[in-house]
Ligand binder design. Sequence first.
Ligand code: TZP
Ligand code: MG
Length: 236
Amino acid sequence: MKPQVDYSLYLVTDSTDAILGRRDLIEVVEQAIQGGVTVVQYRDKTSGTGILVDTARKLHRICQQYQIPLIINDRVDVALAIGCEGVHLGQDDMDVANARTVLGQDKIIGATVSSIDEAHTAVGKGADYLGIGTLYSTATKKDTKNIIGINGIRKILYYLDHQGDSAFKNIKTVCIGGVNASNLQRVNYQLFAPSTSESPKTIDGVAIVSAIMAAEDPSEAAKQLKELLNTPPPFK
Ligand code: TZP
Ligand code: MG
């Protein structure tokens, strides 16, 4: 059966020196889970396949211990090899429909989207959730072409909300790009609170790399972000 996922605090990993430094990825992820992240995506753009499979397997063991789903970025084959909960696919990766054929109905498939068209296609092809972005520019991913801001995300949410097919209305969504402790309450207010009764669709979570992975204390950072998510903002 497909696992029910709490997308609220979605950790995306990074193994580069700029973010992970000399620390151990598995330890940093475990600390983040202890701080309260609700889902983990293993994203590693540099390691070869052998290391990817090996690291993914170690991460999966930790995630299973805490009953947190593990999603693999880009690589359907790695997810299949280790039997984790799902994959996350960008616009240049395997098509969502093909990934579904390979992985079957019980796995989670997420897709990165930056526009209404991309969102329409990903949902039509059977994605379980959308990673919508890039919200704010970020040093973590320098090649992002599409900084769409709060308004860009709201437009996509509005579109999804106004489709006849319930798959669009009910699709889970997270936003990604530049979210940190300083802007989370604003993001929370602008994207989690139902905007109008005309468009009640909100995001289901925030996907975060550096604000957790680069933190000196990833557990404390995740805990603080989780508290901010659950605190009503002091402004309108
Ligand atoms: N996709 C769009 S922005 C991004 C990805 C993977 C990186 C987000 O990193 P950070 O450090 O949370 O801004
Ligand atoms: Mg990708």
